[in-house]
Design a protein around this ligand. Structure first.
Ligand SMILES: [Zn+2]
Length: 236
């Protein structure tokens, strides 16, 4: 194996993170090495040592310097007498381009954070029906937290639509969450919601949370700072 391809503990490289799904610097924080060969006396530390059918395996722990999660790499090299090296690489967890990370909402009530995170967890494991149920519950939690009342979710969405917090058109589209959740629980003859449907549904809930909680809080914080700066400049 060429020296360039030999992994080294402490080494850094940019790869797409299997957890946060972004290209970030990763650090090799620990590695373990094993080899097998037909030559019992072979010693990889000795350049004069010879071997036949050498197989080397590196077990590497890469930490993402962004999200701090660890991905495990098993890198396998087989070197044949004709000088050709063949390699094979596996990562754990496997990379999934559709995988979603949960957003860090700062001021969302904890019970809504919990059900939102569960919806993402279900989505990432392919449990789309369960994710639809969680999203429906998240919507109901948001409406209750905002003081919207009603005997059932249909009435709550209608009451919410009439309040003008979101435009009436958009608010009425929230009935889609009700349908998805109801079918997931009560009508097992319906086809499971698809990956793409649930992906859109989660992103819609995230935008709704941003709009109804996070953006307003952010705006308030920024405006308070700006007002304080203006006041101190004018000596008030
Ligand atoms: Zn990451």
């Amino acid at each position: 194996m060429s020296e360039e391809s030999r992994p080294e503990q402490g080494q850094e490289k940019s790869i797409r993170c299997h957890h946060c799904n972004t290209i970030t610097a990763h650090k090799n924080i620990f590695q373990h090495y094993t080899f097998t060969t037909a030559d019992e006396d072979y010693n990889p530390q000795n350049p004069d040592s010879t071997y036949q059918d050498l197989e080397e395996i590196f077990y590497i722990s890469w930490v993402c310097l962004g999200c701090k999660n660890v991905t495990f790499e098993v890198k396998n090299f087989m070197e044949f007498p004709d000088g050709i090296t063949r390699s094979n690489v596996n990562f754990y967890p496997e990379y999934n381009s559709n995988k979603k990370s949960t957003k860090n909402f700062k001021i969302l009530p904890s019970e809504i954070i919990s059900i939102y995170r569960e919806s993402v967890l279900c989505y990432n494991t392919g449990a789309y029906r369960a994710s639809a149920v969680c999203l429906r519950a998240a919507l109901e939690g948001i409406l209750s937290n905002k003081g919207i009342t009603g005997k059932d979710l249909y009435t709550k969405i209608e009451n919410f639509a009439s309040q003008g917090i979101l435009s009436n058109d958009i608010a009425k589209l929230l009935h889609t969450f009700r349908f998805m959740g109801n079918e997931a629980i009560h009508d097992l003859t319906k086809i499971n919601p698809s990956l793409i449907e649930i992906k859109y549904a989660i992103e819609a809930i995230e935008i709704m949370i941003d709009y109804m909680y996070e953006a307003q809080n952010e705006l308030k914080t920024k405006m308070r700072i700006l007002t304080r700066m203006r006041d101190s400049e004018s000596g008030e």
